[in-house]
Design a protein around this ligand. Structure first.
Ligand code: ARG
Ligand code: ZN
Length: 895
């Protein structure tokens, strides 16, 4: 069944309080749910109460203390002839140990956890499980004290005590009204690190990170990240922690990254646990970002929540934007006391974060927008809401929020946020409400901006420039359009696009910007945000002394594709000189993309890909430029990914793309060999590991150098460096990069290193995930296709499909990150994909649906591959049972 946004109707009944009592047993948990209910005066009159429920056994139902009649339906429970206001008590049973979907109440490593967003609460009790029903919750947990010494739920702990038979109990009260998706409980053998801080208003707050005891040594970074998040939200948005305590709990079986349950965030261990020996720089950065993200949800998501799931981006887009800003500020040293040394790099630290975020957006969200799952930031319909926790809702949604700040300025954006909280605190609202707050706080008409929420697809902005030397004018014409995508049914009206422009003069400095008809200002402006509102906009700049090179969409001011016919020389020029670091990087990417696509076409015809020396020279200049931060140089010198390149072609041949990219890597390795070696030596850090962006940048550049050096025909030097780095590394970033280099070189040495690594980290599941992922992502050799290695690892004793992180580490790393091998012409990758989607479908539909999506772009590929992919999709379609996978596969196959 398709759920449509336009079918929204307010709930017929409201639930003011919920009193839950759990008797926790792994194979049979009893839940008593006592609710005070009243008819909603703002809804259509009815006496029929409809509650949602799944996989529940109803033991009793009573209204105001008297047993009442009820009917179980396919989707829940119906009770007729209910009074105006009443107390309903339901007693139900569920089976947490059998719950492999990891939605609802489940058991992981012997402990109880819950995941209720989006619709998991209905597996815990019958309930109007929708975000616009908000209630005050009291929760009592009862369980055996030895097996489950720790009992946690939302809010404040109000009572604990012993019971008969070795059991104990804990009662929690959450003073804030909340939707059922924010309910959580945790019970089991867990330990915590804690710290009490004094917040901006002078109140004491208890902060805890709960993990299994053997992981206590990996909690400091998460706790620090939480403290930094609290400080940042106080400073940047004037928002404080509204509870006396805030808890983070780590669980190893988890479908997503983490969950913002009120006062009791539950996290995938991957986004909590870190120490230098086991976690990479990327892990450290991700932990900081995810801890921030979940904490920031307390205001943008929990205090103000979504009216319905079509508004999901209201909380997710806004919270992604907030976590991106937090990470950027932290990297720039603004998040803590950080000294002058950290502040020096402020500009480039912000740019580095921006480049990483945009690279991800363009590789994944632009692809989603071009495929069968394309949907607007505020979707019109869905079959399974779990399929809509997408990069469009999250990352494009984050870009949409960022555009308000670009249009209104930082202060205007803050004024909009303040008004949003004044108006809507405690409510369940819509994306329109957020836009209205931004508009009203700034006396702006933002009605056209709604199209960013309602229209799917990635807009194109085609730009043409014309210089008139006699008139000293430069004219830019910008034309908006949408590419064709049969999956998109929404309008294609012109958007309000904030488009930041600079004009770079021949010496490499920006020219002052003045439009025809504007008065000259006393202080020249070199970079400006122009608001495109029409299909075509013409900007006529006056007083332009020489023909400039336009620097377009600086800092990626809108999530669009810019089309401009740069020459290679202009791109090399921008790469060397643009004052906007994002566009410097962008120029390098454009240069490489163009060369790689030409080479891939040649490779597909059987020709050997070759590259212009100019491309190599442009990269060499950046590599040798010591005024540039190492992190930035690493980003520039990382070639566009195969996934990104595939999206740039109408008919993609992954093998040809892989060969082209490898050829350019080898050419860059050979031509710049001495530079790579110098950079490798110059960026070796001595001393203790610190996960700071500066140190991480040095390691990233050094390890990129190593990755290039192992591409050389004579890699003996690189092998020695890798061996030595593997042996002496005091941190996982360096050890894992060295292992990657050794695996790339192959042979006995690779085998030995992999075995050594496995034994060393056998007891660290998150590291073993890396071990699986590295092998699944390795390039194939003519005689040994990677699929054989993957199938071998599938049978490894440490492999299990049940644990999502482990399943992702092997299966997704192959199907989504090893494109040339996954798309082998014999179809062996697709057969493996179909097997795994079908196996996961019966166990964990959410993870299965994510895997199913790795074939959704099948129409992008060569006819021979398409045919085999379609067959695999049809094979899955014939047997699939979950609506999660069904929606993905049906949409992929639709004409
Ligand atoms: N709200 C969570 C977050 O963004 C994600 C939870 C998604 N869960 C799901 N089953 N779809 O942090
Ligand atoms: Zn979120």
């Amino acid at each position: 069944p398709v759920i449509s946004r336009h079918d929204y109707a307010p709930p017929a009944f409201l639930i003011d309080t919920v009193d839950l009592e759990f008797d926790l047993l792994a194979d049979h948990t009893i839940t008593r749910n006592r609710m005070t209910i009243r008819r909603n005066p703002d809804a259509v009159f009815t006496r029929r109460l409809e509650l949602m429920g799944e996989e529940l056994e109803l033991l009793s139902a009573s209204i105001d203390g008297h047993a009442c009649a009820s009917q179980l339906t396919a989707t829940g429970l119906v009770i007729d002839d209910v009074p105006e206001t009443f107390e309903l008590t339901l007693v139900t049973a569920c089976k947490p140990a059998e719950n492999t979907s990891l939605s609802g109440l489940y058991v992981s490593n012997g402990n109880f956890f819950t995941q209720c967003e989006a619709e998991g609460f209905r597996k815990i009790s019958f309930f109007p499980d929708r975000p616009d029903v908000m209630s005050v919750y009291t929760v009592t947990l009862r369980a055996n004290r030895e097996a489950y010494p720790v009992l946690l739920s939302n809010g404040n702990l109000v009572e604990t005590g012993m019971l008969e038979d070795g059991r104990h109990f804990a009662r929690w009260e959450d003073p804030f009204r909340k939707p059922s998706y924010l309910f959580a409980l945790v019970a089991g053998k867990l330990s915590c690190v804690e710290e009490t801080i004094t917040d901006a208003s002078g109140q004491r707050k208890l902060l805890q990170v709960w993990v299994e005891a053997h992981d206590l040594d990996k909690t400091r970074h998460a706790l620090d990240s939480l403290i930094h998040s609290i400080r940042w939200d106080e400073r940047r948005f004037g928002l404080g922690l509204d509870l006396d305590r805030f808890m983070i709990v780590a669980v190893s079986d988890f479908n997503m990254g983490a969950m913002e349950n009120k006062g009791l965030n539950i996290f995938n261990t991957k986004y909590v646990l870190a120490r230098p020996e086991t976690a990479t720089d990327a892990d450290y950065a991700n932990i900081e970002a995810v801890v921030g993200h979940e904490y920031f949800h307390n205001w943008t998501g929990n205090r103000i929540t979504c009216r319905d799931w079509f508004q999901l981006s209201l909380k997710e887009g806004l919270t992604v934007f907030r976590d991106q800003e937090f990470s950027a500020d932290m990297a720039a040293g603004e998040g803590n006391s950080g000294g002058a040394a950290r502040l020096r790099d402020t500009g480039s630290a912000h740019a580095t974060k921006r480049i990483e975020d945009v690279r991800m957006l363009r590789q994944t969200q632009f692809a989603e927008d071009a495929g069968p799952m394309a949907h607007p930031v505020r979707p019109e319909s869905y079959q399974e809401i779990n399929n809509f926790y997408t990069v469009t809702i999250y990352e494009k949604g984050g870009e949409v929020v960022r555009m308000y700040q670009t249009l209104l300025g930082r202060e205007g954006f803050r004024a909009g946020m303040d008004l949003y909280f004044r108006r809507h605190d405690g409510q369940a609202v819509t994306c329109d409400d957020f836009r209205a707050a931004m508009a009203d706080a700034n006396q702006r008409d933002l009605s056209q901006f709604e199209r960013w929420y309602s229209q799917a697809g990635t807009p194109r902005v085609a730009v043409r420039g014309a210089y008139d030397p006699a008139a000293r004018t430069y004219e830019l014409t910008l034309t908006q359009s949408y590419p064709d995508n049969p999956a998109i049914k929404t309008a294609k009206d012109p958007l309000l696009i904030p488009f930041t422009i600079g004009l770079v003069g021949p010496t490499g400095t920006d020219l002052p910007l003045r439009l025809d008809g504007e008065a000259a200002t006393s202080t020249p402006v070199f970079s400006r945000v122009f608001e495109l509102t029409e299909t075509r906009t013409t900007l006529r700049f006056v007083d332009v002394p020489v023909e400039p090179v336009p620097s377009l969409l600086r800092d990626f001011s809108a999530p669009v594709v810019v089309e401009y016919d740069y020459t290679d020389a202009q791109l090399a020029f921008l790469l060397a000189h643009d004052s906007d670091p994002f566009n410097r990087w962008e120029a390098g990417q454009r240069l490489a993309t163009r060369a790689l696509l030409a080479a891939a076409r040649a490779a597909a015809r059987g020709a050997t890909p070759t590259f212009d020396a100019a491309v190599v020279d442009a990269y060499g200049l950046v590599l040798r430029d010591h005024t540039l931060a190492p992190a930035f140089r690493e980003l520039v010198l990382t070639l566009p990914s195969e996934a990104y390149l595939i999206e740039q072609l109408d008919v993609a041949d992954p093998d040809a793309i892989h060969r082209a990219r490898q050829a350019l890597r080898r050419q860059l390795a050979g031509a710049l060999r001495a530079d790579w070696l110098a950079v490798y030596q110059a960026n070796r850090l001595l001393g203790d590991y610190r996960p700071t962006p500066q140190d991480a940048g040095c390691r990233a550049l050094k390890n990129l150098a190593l990755a290039y050096l192992v591409e050389l025909d004579d890699a003996s030097e690189a092998a020695a460096l890798a061996r030595d780095q593997y042996d002496v590394a005091n941190n996982m970033t360096d050890r894992f990069a060295a292992l990657g280099a050794l695996v790339h070189l192959g042979g006995d040495e690779a085998r030995t290193a992999l075995d050594h690594f496995y034994r060393m980290f056998e007891k660290e599941p998150l590291v073993i995930d890396k071990w699986f992922a590295l092998q699944a992502a390795q390039p194939g050799r003519p005689d040994v296709p990677t699929i054989g290695i993957v199938r071998g690892l599938f049978a490894h004793q440490a492999f299990t499909l049940r644990n999502p992180n482990r399943a992702r580490s092997l299966i997704f790393s192959f199907c989504a990150a090893n494109l040339a091998e996954f798309h082998r012409p014999d179809g062996s990758g697709y057969a493996f994909w179909a097997e795994q989607v079908i196996a996961l479908d019966a166990m964990n539909p959410q993870v299965a649906a994510r895997l199913a999506r790795t074939l959704e772009r099948w129409r992008k590929f060569t006819p021979a591959l398409q045919q085999k992919m379609r067959a695999a999709l049809e094979q899955v379609n014939a047997v699939v049972r979950s609506k999660d996978v069904r929606e993905i596969v049906e949409k992929a196959l639709a004409d």
